[in-house]
Design a protein around this ligand. Structure first.
Ligand code: NDP
Length: 275
């Protein structure tokens, strides 16, 4: 139970894989690549191992709460908790996708917001003193926040929004999108963006909660944007390599012992951004 452990979701490809690789090189402890699909995860582990890196695998699907609970249980018993958690996994419909907006909203929020939240519900209590939690959000969330009605924007920016209120707002968006009523109620036509508003706001809520409930533990929780990165999600025209996209998430995951900030912030290019 003595070694430190870092866990990355959606680690089999793209930015997640680059984060795993960087942690294998820089984190002093065991690194777990997790993936929803065992075969794809093991293939990525084999490729990293062939490159001389030591990495472990655990299955974890954001859409399957039993798999999240099983993974959390594994880390609790093998390591007594986790030291670094990078919530990287996420999905996005392509711009040209003709799936009805209500379905896109439902599917996108199910993974990006509700799935990420389920992971945090199970893992946050396991984060050890000095731990680091990094939630990979997006600058699209900041843009989408600006497109929300002033009352909605005010709630997402407020210091007193609770996880329950945020979750109710995310549910409300999906419901309204299903009915084609979201724009009338002040929401933007951006399912992915709203899901990332949720991820960033949730990070801020959790940071405030940890500061209050575990003040001595110096756990740092942040949301970040990796930049526009060439992956299956963003396509070949994006300027950054996955390794470049991993820089800010890894910077936040490896904030040195004793650091007190950033905490509860939205960070890109290793710099705190306005929310
Ligand atoms: P990719 O599509 O390349 O990779 C996404 C990863 O998430 C894959 O490993 C995928 O697994 C995994 N994933 C998807 N759904 C689930 C699930 N239900 N459970 C577990 N894993 C899942 O995307 P990127 O690497 O580009 O994106 C990584 C993160 O960065 C995302 O959160 C994204 O929103 C964010 N981001 C990306 C930007 C970019 O320009 N690329 C810009 C801003 C933010 P599988 O292979 O099984 O599908």
């Amino acid at each position: 139970m003595s070694s430190k452990v870092a866990v990355v979701t959606g680690g089999n490809k793209g930015i997640g894989l680059a984060i795993v690789r960087a942690l294998c090189e820089q984190f002093r402890g065991d690194v777990y690549l997790t993936a929803r699909n065992e075969g794809r995860g093991q293939e990525a582990v084999a490729a990293l191992s062939d490159g001389g890196l030591k990495v472990n695998f655990h299955q974890l699907d954001l859409d399957d709460v039993a798999s999240i609970a099983a993974a959390a249980d594994f880390f609790k018993h093998k390591y007594g908790g986790v030291d670094v958690l990078v919530n990287n996994a996420g999905i996005a419909f392509k711009v040209a996708d003709t799936t009805p907006f209500g379905v896109q909203a439902d599917v996108t929020l199910r993974t990006n917001y509700f799935g990420t939240r389920d992971v945090l519900t199970h893992f946050l209590p396991l984060v050890k003193a000095g731990g680091r939690v990094v939630n990979v959000s997006s600058a699209v969330g900041v843009h989408s926040l600006k497109m929300c009605s002033p009352p909605l924007r005010e709630r997402f920016r407020s210091d007193d929004i609770t996880e329950d209120e945020l979750t109710a707002l995310m549910r409300r968006f999906v419901e309204l999108a299903r009915q084609g009523q979201h724009k009338q109620e002040g929401w933007p036509e951006m399912a992915y963006g709203v899901s990332k508003i949720g991820v960033t706001t949730l990070s801020m809520i959790h940071a405030r909660r940890l500061s209050k409930e575990r003040p001595g533990d110096q756990i740092l929780v942040n949301a970040c944007c990796p930049g526009w990165v060439r992956t299956d999600m963003a396509g070949p025209k994006a300027p950054k390599t996955p390794e470049e996209g991993a820089v800010t998430p890894v910077f936040l995951a490896l904030l040195p012992a004793g650091a007190t900030e950033p905490h509860g912030k939205f960070v890109s290019d290793k710099t705190v951004q306005a929310w």
